[in-house]
Design a protein around this ligand. Structure first.
Ligand code: G3H
Ligand code: 13P
Ligand code: ZN
Length: 307
């Protein structure tokens, strides 16, 4: 078994009206929590790595741990660069064995986004690596991309962008945002944009960033055990299910893992003030991540039993 690209995963997901979970990884316990859940639920998965994660853990450590996860679980895993900011970051990820990369040129003007993305596609495809790019801007803070307000994706421009760049999947902006504070009032996504993109690009895989649900259960657990997280709100699960049943084949989640891990650690230390064995507290964090991911696979993404 080796790492795979997202090609087959997306084809099956599109036809089966479900989505593949793309979970951000930063250390061994997160990787194990995610892949153990996927093995249990017989689901393929995308493990994605941001440039900050590479700075934190190192590309080689992450790649080797993901290889170990493939060998240990036998499930289909794609290793993806999340929010590659430039050609150099993409090249580095590919040199380190990633099977999928994102080039996020959404902060450039349109023509520059096309140019940078095309350059990445030529390089990646020549090496058997698939490419995700982004059109439109999410509100909130992206890796090295900061925007006050979102700019929704223009469906006509999406068609032109896909045709001119040759990308394998496209991240669109329909109202989601990164982090734990996604909506001030009622949660709302512009599904008509997704419908229009799907209609104009039939069969083409769409990606949803900023798609954590921010489950109040974990926020409350954090706050019960000394945290101070107020006003957090994510994308409701029914909206994610709807997107997954449409052209959305990849749903990105990082914040949910962070909250679950923090909740597990705060609870552990709150209830066990005398403990200082990392295997115990990191073990609790890993189990909580596994529970969360199992729920996502079965109740949100619909990718369980698709291996
Ligand atoms: O979209 C961004 C991801 O949540 C990664 O965040 O750069 O803090 O690792 P990070
Ligand atoms: P969340 O902050 O909603 O988890 O989004 C993560 C993401 O889009 C990573 O690229
Ligand atoms: Zn993102």
């Amino acid at each position: 078994m080796a790492l795979v690209t997202t090609k087959e995963m997306f084809k099956k997901a599109y036809e089966g009206h479900y989505a593949i979970g793309a979970f951000n990884i930063n250390d061994m316990e997160i990787i194990q929590g995610v892949v153990n859940a996927c093995k249990e639920k017989k689901s393929p998965v995308i493990l994605q790595v941001s440039s900050s994660a590479i700075k934190f853990a190192g590309a080689k450590y992450l790649k080797n741990m993901v290889d170990a996860a493939v060998a240990d679980t036998g499930i289909d895993i794609a290793l993806h660069l999340d929010h590659g900011a430039n050609f150099e970051q993409v090249k580095y990820a590919i040199e380190n064995g990633f099977t999928s990369v994102m080039i996020d040129g959404s902060h450039y003007d349109y023509e520059e986004n096309v140019r940078v993305t095309k350059e990445v596609v030529e390089y990646a495809h020549a090496r058997g690596v698939v490419v995700e790019a982004e059109l439109g801007q999410l509100a909130g803070v992206e890796d090295e991309v900061s925007v006050e307000h979102s700019t929704y994706t223009d469906p006509e421009q999406a068609v032109d962008f896909v045709n001119r760049t040759g990308i394998d999947s496209l991240a669109i902006a329909i109202g989601t945002s990164h982090g734990a504070y996604k909506f001030k009032g009622e949660a709302k996504l512009e599904f008509h944009i997704l419908e229009s993109v799907q209609e104009k690009l039939p069969g083409f895989p769409i990606v949803l960033h900023g798609a954590s649900a921010v489950d109040p259960k974990y926020v409350e657990l954090c706050n019960t055990f000394g945290g101070d997280i107020e006003g957090a709100q994510g994308v409701p699960a029914d909206m994610l299910r709807k997107a997954a049943s449409m052209a959305v084949c990849k749903i990105n989640m990082d914040t949910d893992l962070r909250l679950a891990m923090t909740a597990a650690l705060r609870k552990f230390f709150g209830e066990n003030p005398k403990e200082f064995d990392p295997r115990k507290f990191m073990g609790a964090a890993r189990t909580t991540i596994q529970d969360l991911v199992e729920y996502k696979l079965t109740d949100v993404l619909g990718s369980a039993n698709s291996l």
